[in-house]
Design a protein around this ligand. Structure first.
Ligand SMILES: Cc1cc2nc3c(=O)[nH]c(=O)nc-3n(C[C@H](O)[C@H](O)[C@H](O)COP(=O)(O)OP(=O)(O)OC[C@H]3O[C@@H](n4cnc5c(N)ncnc54)[C@H](O)[C@@H]3O)c2cc1C
Length: 465
C-alpha cells in the first residue's frame, strides 16, 4: 500500500485517542456533539454551551492504494484534501461533492451527490468499511456484512445521530487529465427528461461515452445538460476561477474542456451561482475580491454571520421591503415525475437557476445488484433527479415564513421523492419517521447508544428549528 503518511496508524491512533479522551470528559447526562471547524449545514444551529468532541487529529488521508483502488481516509478529511491526495495517483473518489470543505464523514452520514451519481450512486455507496465512535463511546468497524452491518446500513442520512465515522475505506476510480464537456440545450422539459433516461441507460449520448452528467434549468423553456467525458487530450482549457463565471458558460458555449481538478471544483468557486448575493459576479468587485476568497466556505461563513445578526433582514424591514423566506433545498424526484415537478416549481416557487443532477443507486456488480439504505429509501433500479435550489423568495402578504418550504415538502412527497436534511425541514414526527426509516433508526440507536448521548435524528433535522 502506498501510504500518504508513512506512519499513518500511529498518527491515526493519536487522533482517535484525543477524540476518545474528549468523549470521556463529557459529563454523563450531557449531549455529545462534534466540534468541527467547517460545516455545510444550512439550518440555524444553537450556539453550543458545552465543548464538543476534539476532532483535530482526524482530518487527513491515511493511505491510497493504487492497485486495489481504495483510500483509507479519516472521518473529518475534506474532499479538497482527499482529491488532492488521490489525483496524484491518477485516481478520484467515485463521487466528489461539489463543495471543497464537505468532509467524507459528513457526506456519508449527511448524503452527497455529484455528476457521476448516475453511474456510481451516492458517496456512502463507495464505502467498504468504516470505524465509528458510537454514542456509548466504543469504536466499532462497520462493514456491509457481519456484526455491525445494521450500523453500516443505517449510517447514511443519520447525520451523526448514530455515531461519528473516524476512518473510512472507500473505492476510487481512475481518472484522466481533462474533462471534455458538451452543454446540450433543451427547450422542453419532456425532451430533457427523455435524454436523461437515455443517457442513464446507455451511458452515452450521440455515440460518445458520458462519464458525468448534471444540468441547469433557467426556465422550463431553457435547460442544459452538461455531459462530461474524461480525456487525456485538450486543445485549450477554460478557467473559471478568474473573471469568467462557470454557470454562465453553459448558455455561451456548446463545448468546453476543463482540467479534471478544475472540473471537480467548478461549482465551488461561485457556490454554484449563489456568490451573486455578495456582489462577487460584478466585474469590478470580482477583480477586487481575492481569488482565495472565491470559495464556498467563505460565502458560507458570510451567510452564517447574516443568520446570527440578521443585518439585511433588519435593513429590509426598516426600508419597508417585503420580508423573505429562505428556500435552500436539494430534493430527489423520480425521473418520470421530474418534468411535472419542475413545472410546478417554476410556477409556484419561481427561483432560477435550478441545479439538476441525475442519480441511481450504485449497482456494483451489474443490474439488480444495488442495495437499499433504510434511512434514505431510494428504490434500487429506479432513476431519480436531484433538484437543487438555494436562495430566498418574498413572503406573500398574509403568508407565514416557511410556507414555501412546506409546499416543497408536500410536492416532493406527492412526486414520490425525498428531501435532503441539511437545511430547513418542517415534517411532523410521524411523517418524518415514515419517510426516513424511523423504525430502523431506533433499533440501531438503541443498540449503539442505549443512554441516548447523541442528539436524535428528528431533533437534529427538524425540531431544532
Ligand atoms: C447550499 C448547499 C448545497 C449543497 N449541495 C450539495 C451538493 O450539491 N452535493 C452534495 O453532495 N452535497 C451538498 N450539500 C449537502 C452536504 O453534502 C451535506 O450537508 C454534508 O453532510 C455536509 O458535510 P460536512 O462535512 O460539511 O458536514 P457538517 O455540515 O459539518 O455536518 C453535517 C452533519 O453530519 C454530522 N457529521 C459530520 N461529520 C461526521 C462524521 N465524521 N461522522 C458522523 N457524522 C458526522 C454532523 O454532526 C452534522 O449533523 C449541500 C449543502 C448546502 C448547504
Amino acid at each position: 500500500m502506498c501510504a500518504v503518511r508513512a506512519d499513518w496508524s500511529m498518527d491515526h491512533d493519536y487522533g482517535v485517542d484525543r477524540l476518545r479522551r474528549s468523549y470521556d470528559s463529557v459529563p454523563p447526562g450531557q449531549t455529545v456533539r462534534l466540534a468541527k471547524r467547517t460545516s455545510n449545514l444550512f439550518r440555524p444551529r444553537a450556539t453550543p454551551r458545552t465543548p464538543g468532541l476534539d476532532v483535530t487529529g482526524l482530518g487527513g488521508v491515511l493511505a491510497v492504494d493504487p492497485v486495489a483502488r481504495t483510500a483509507d481516509v479519516q472521518g473529518m478529511c475534506t474532499y479538497e484534501n482527499l482529491v488532492e491526495a488521490t489525483l496524484s495517483h491518477g485516481l478520484m473518489p467515485l463521487v466528489v461533492p461539489q463543495l471543497r470543505t464537505i468532509t467524507l464523514g459528513g457526506a456519508v452520514t449527511g448524503l452527497g451527490i455529484e455528476s457521476t451519481s448516475f453511474r456510481h450512486g451516492l458517496p456512502h455507496e463507495s464505502v467498504r468499511e468504516m470505524d465509528v465512535l458510537t454514542g456509548a463511546g466504543e469504536i466499532v468497524t462497520a462493514r456491509p456484512e457481519g456484526d455491525h452491518a445494521d450500523l453500516f446500513a443505517a449510517f447514511p442520512n443519520s447525520l451523526g445521530s448514530l455515531g461519528y465515522a473516524t476512518r473510512l475505506r472507500i473505492d476510487l476510480q481512475p481518472v484522466r487529465r481533462f474533462v471534455a464537456l458538451r452543454n446540450v440545450r433543451f427547450t422542453g422539459l419532456t425532451e430533457l427528461v427523455e435524454a436523461i433516461g437515455e443517457i442513464t441507460g446507455t451511458r452515452s449520448w450521440e455515440g460518445v461515452e458520458v462519464d458525468a452528467m448534471d444540468g441547469v434549468m433557467f426556465s422550463p423553456g431553457e435547460a442544459y445538460l452538461v455531459l462530461g467525458t474524461f480525456t487525456d487530450r485538450a486543445r485549450s482549457v477554460s478557467d473559471y476561477t478568474g473573471q469568467a463565471i462557470y454557470y454562465r458558460s453553459l448558455r455561451e458555449r456548446t463545448h468546453d474542456t476543463l482540467r479534471t481538478h478544475d472540473y471537480l471544483w467548478r461549482w465551488d468557486t461561485d457556490w454554484f451561482w449563489c456568490s451573486a448575493a455578495f456582489g462577487v459576479q460584478h466585474p469590478v468587485l470580482r477583480r477586487l475580491w481575492p481569488t482565495r476568497w472565491r470559495r464556498s466556505d467563505v460565502y458560507h461563513r458570510l451567510v452564517r454571520l447574516e443568520h446570527r445578526h440578521r443585518v439585511f433582514a433588519r435593513l429590509d424591514r426598516i426600508r419597508g421591503r417585503q420580508q423573505r423566506e429562505r428556500v435552500v433545498q436539494d430534493v430527489e424526484v423520480p425521473l418520470e415525475n421530474t418534468a411535472e415537478f419542475l413545472r410546478w416549481f417554476a410556477r409556484t416557487v419561481g427561483m432560477s437557476p435550478v441545479w439538476l443532477c441525475p442519480l441511481r443507486l450504485r449497482e456494483p456488480s451489474g443490474p439488480g445488484s444495488a442495495r437499499a439504505w433504510p434511512l434514505y429509501p431510494l428504490r434500487p433500479g429506479r432513476s431519480y433527479v436531484n433538484v437543487g435550489f438555494w436562495g430566498s423568495v418574498p413572503i406573500a402578504p398574509g403568508a407565514a415564513d416557511g410556507a414555501v418550504n412546506r409546499a416543497v415538502e408536500q410536492a416532493v412527497a406527492q412526486a414520490g421523492g425525498h428531501k435532503s436534511l441539511y437545511s430547513d425541514a418542517y415534517y411532523d414526527r410521524e411523517s418524518f419517521d415514515r419517510l426516513y426509516g424511523g423504525a430502523a433508526w431506533r433499533a440501531v440507536r438503541n443498540r449503539y447508544d442505549p443512554q441516548h448521548r447523541l442528539t436524535g435524528l428528528y431533533e437534529k433535522a427538524v425540531a431544532r428549528r
